[in-house]
Design a protein around this ligand. Structure first.
Ligand code: HEC
Length: 262
């Protein structure tokens, strides 16, 4: 078929190529003109035939790509014995970066219990990172202070509990990680937005935030204790100097400042 066409085409082109060699004025006999036009018809006809065949073939390709035989994720298959198109991992496959075997790190739990401490060593750098992330992701609702009256809540969203209540102070670190990872009641989860290490940084910062509002006085430096005592004394009492150490604001008896010890 192709050879036949080639022959026809070349013979037609042969005619065309020969054409200029014939002197323009001479021998324009009536018998030559019809034969030449017949060849033109054959040439044009075969070219357009091939264009049509080519067009159909290309159209077929296009349709093929529309109806490409592929599977959607989780689609069933009759090809495999287990009826699934998705194939299980080959035995002995080594996970790269997604094993998440460390449940303390990735779930905040050992077994069913929340981990009490942060699996990432708590450094000042981690707390700073946590503060930044908290202010971005949590403060809109929980407020930067953690009191629970963030701007979104003031615009009508359900108010969360303050982070400074005994119940939440007593919760282990893993609990906060879990709330960020899985959400809690009306609060959506932030697993997609906040990477694991940043979630732990936020947990470290929540601890610092809680401590900032509830530090045991005895754990403070003597200078800090002095300042608190001075600030909490009634006006004039500090100057009079009663001698006895006044109680600390949270009611615990303050240890005497180091400089004043006998
Ligand atoms: C869109 C507002 C919103 C954002 C943002 C948000 N929370 Fe919450 N959060 C809530 C609400 C509302 C609740 C209370 C949900 C309920 O009781 O149904 C809550 C509850 C909590 C609780 C307390 C759970 C309990 O036991 O009472 C913790 C802890 C908490 N969120 C931590 C976070 C942290 C950490 C972030 C930032 C990563 C965050 N939240 C971001 C709205 C938010």
């Amino acid at each position: 078929m192709r050879a036949q066409f080639d022959f026809k085409a070349s013979s037609s082109w042969g005619v065309l190529r020969r054409t200029p060699q014939t002197p323009r004025s001479s021998r324009r006999s009536e018998s030559v003109a019809p034969r030449r036009s017949f060849r033109w018809v054959v040439l044009c006809g075969s070219v357009s035939l091939w264009l049509i065949i080519g067009g159909l073939a290309l159209g077929g390709c296009r349709q093929d790509m529309h109806d490409a035989p592929r599977y959607e994720a989780y689609e069933g298959s009759e090809f495999f014995g287990d009826g699934r198109s998705m194939r299980p991992q080959v035995a002995g496959t080594v996970a790269r970066g997604q094993l998440r075997e460390d449940s303390a790190m990735f779930a905040g739990k050992t077994g069913a219990a929340f981990v009490t401490g942060n699996p990432i060593p708590v450094t000042l750098q981690l707390v700073h990172r946590g503060r930044q992330r908290f202010d971005i992701f949590c403060a809109p609702c929980h407020a930067r202070s953690g009191q629970g009256n963030g701007i979104v809540v003031r615009r009508g969203f359900r108010a969360p509990s303050s982070l400074h209540v005994d119940r939440l102070r007593a919760q282990p670190d893993g609990y906060f990680f879990d709330v960020i990872t899985n959400g809690f009641g009306a609060m959506p989860d932030y697993a997609a937005q906040i990477p694991v290490a940043d979630r732990w940084a936020i947990v470290a910062y929540i601890r610092a935030l809680q401590l900032s509002q509830h530090a045991p006085a005895a754990g403070l430096s003597s200078r800090a204790q002095e300042r608190i005592r001075a600030a909490s004394m009634p006006q004039g009492a500090a100057a009079a100097g009663s001698g006895a150490a006044p109680p600390m604001p949270d009611g615990t008896a303050a240890a005497p400042p180091a400089g004043h010890q006998p």
